[in-house]
Design a protein around this ligand. Structure first.
Ligand code: GNR
Ligand code: NI
Length: 173
């Protein structure tokens, strides 16, 4: 398995709309294995393929806490088939927006269908952090980041600071 570099905003590759996967092949499974290792290393609770520069509709997640057994979830071509009218607010972070956290409001519950690691269709009912995380990851597949859900002022401050950090890192190298 390989730890892949994670793209950090602002980066035009994070705005690309990801393509559906035609078939869950060994190559897709290898991508999911590498993404999972990358996510655990980061560490994070979810990762979309586009965050490692692969614009395919592939997501890995693991909501297990430190000390608990790992429980990886692999979602290919996920679709929200139902979302609740009631919303909840969660303070979100993103590996592509390192060190920034903001409250985001989303449907509290969602029903999601997807293909699993073996290419079999699954349906899950999500609520709480799982619902938040799945919607956050599915946004990535549309080129959307959590900062796109907050005020324009907060968004531009965060993106400007990240741009500046990149400039300073380039200069130091
Ligand atoms: O690790 C992550 N934590 C997190 C916290 C609250 C809401 C969403 C997330 S997802 C994020 C990893 C990530 O950037 N996935 O795309
Ligand atoms: Ni993210």
């Amino acid at each position: 398995m390989t730890i892949l570099p994670i793209l950090v905003a602002p980066d035009p590759r994070l705005k690309v709309i990801s393509e559906p996967v035609v078939d869950v092949t060994d190559d897709i499974r290898k991508l999911m294995d590498d993404m999972l290792e990358t996510m655990y290393d980061a560490p994070g609770i979810g990762l979309a393929a586009v965050q490692v520069g692969v614009p395919k509709r592939v997501i890995v997640m693991d909501l297990a806490r430190e000390g608990e057994d790992k429980s990886p979830l692999f979602l290919v071509n996920p679709e929200i088939v139902e979302a609740s009218g009631d919303l909840s607010v969660y303070e979100e972070g993103c590996l592509s927006l390192p060190t920034y956290y903001e409250d985001v409001e989303r449907p509290s519950k969602a029903t999601v269908t997807y293909l699993d690691y073996n290419g079999e269709r699954q349906t899950i009912e999500c609520e709480g952090l799982l619902a938040t995380c799945i919607q956050h990851e599915m946004d990535h597949l549309e080129g959307v980041l959590f900062v796109d859900h907050i005020s324009k002022l907060k968004r531009s401050i965060i993106l400007r600071k990240l741009q500046k950090t990149k400039r300073l890192q380039k200069g130091a190298a």
